[in-house]
Design a protein around this ligand. Sequence first.
Ligand code: HEM
Length: 495
Amino acid sequence: MLQLLALGAIGILVVRQLYTAVYNLYFHPLASFPGPKLWIAFPVLRYISQCRGIFDQQMVKYHERYGEVVRFDDVSLSFTTAQAWKDIYGYGHGQHQWPKPEFRPPGSTDHILFSNDANHARFRKGLSHAFSDQALRKQEHLIKDYVDMLVTALHGEAESGKQVDMTMWYNLTTFDIISDLAFGEPSNCLKNKEYGEFITRIFKFFPIVPFVALARFYPLVWRLISLFIGGRVAKARMDLFQMGHDAVTKRKNDTSKNGRGDFMESLLKYSDNKEKITDAELAGNAHILFLAGSETTATLLAGVTFWMLRTPGTMKKAVEEVRSAFDKEQEITFSSASTKLPYMLACLEEGLRMYPPVPTVLIRTTTEAATVSGYTVPKGTQLGVHQMSTYWSPANFHEADVFHPERWLPSAVDDADSPFYNDNRDARQPFSVGPRNCIGKNLAFSEMRQILARVLWNFDLEMVDKDLDWPNQKAYTVWQKGPLVCSIKLRKDLL
Ligand code: HEM
């Protein structure tokens, strides 16, 4: 009898799955949009692809096959056009943004990245001081101190003839900078030449993030998986949160640190005068700022260094530019690096295209029927621009698979004879657009220019593994980037 009941239950499940698959493929309001049939019929496969870190690479292939709009599960569409940025994320005159799905793991605190629009506005206002031009000027000396430490450490490595992993060195630097701005003290990465416990936990946490999305949409599948890893996920999250919380409490109580223009000062100032930001929200925001502001910047620096080393002509040009623009290293400041180095800046722009630090699709949901990039989209559709597919598309960029910094120089933008004249530059928005775009964009550019210029000023780098397959990496919202091992020499005329 029990066996019969079990068989009956399994039968009902199978029939239900088949019914849903047929409905998804042929009768769903999105049925006319092209996409991978298996993912549309069985959406759990898309989440599994994310858990395996291969979702973004697969999306590039699907866009190549199906074109500028791809249906990538039952309810989701991905676009690769400039117009889609405007229509989805509310960028430009008269545009409004579609809301972010409220995506917060159970038990976690609200913060700027995953909050609803009302809380988001409160947090964004609370942080606005910390990202103003005035704050950036205050932060410059703090950031410079860490770049000095990086350069000194690399001098030591160069003198001892060691090979260096530039991915690690960039990460050590940006983790220290953002830790100081978010928590009021460095994570001592550069001092100890290692990531330390907090950051090692963060690296371990990134691959777990897609499992949290899986849990949200498939509680049953999640229950099965959590038999094996559930405890580990919960513990990783709690440990990370507790460490962040302790650091924030310490910074909050240390009033001697006020006046340095850091993130906490901005939040506390706002919190005192206006709507209260609770201690848990302070910790949640500090935590997310730390994650959002460190890994992304280091990723771009590693990516651009890889591409410049892979195309030695670009590296040579950028090095010559930096070394001829300044008489002394001390002249490299936020301001001079942003005005005197057009070619190096173009390398950073092209790095953001070839290796966007957030390569994936940032999901929004339509709350009514809408026109997106010329397509009619029903209410309740989850949609976004898939960054990697957009930036690597030959429909948007001439020789899209080649690192060409020239495409960002004024000569290419203005000269109709340039092969890059018709590049669709507005399709590339690595910091996203609209009211929920990256609040740290200016800080990120200041950091990246300063760090790259100082590295190029001082050192000659050479990639050790000439065949390194850098673009073929896994990604879990951010890249799972590997080591970038280089031989490093102090430039000859400094010896
Ligand atoms: C190259 C470096 C960076 C890139 C490419 C980047 C990219 C992005 C993107 C694409 C978003 C939108 C996320 C979404 O819609 O879910 C975002 C949001 C955000 N970023 Fe960045 N980011 C970078 C550096 C930074 C830095 C240095 C900070 C400073 C701490 C920062 C803080 C944030 C915050 C707080 C948000 C949420 C903003 C909001 O929801 O209002 N980012 N970033």
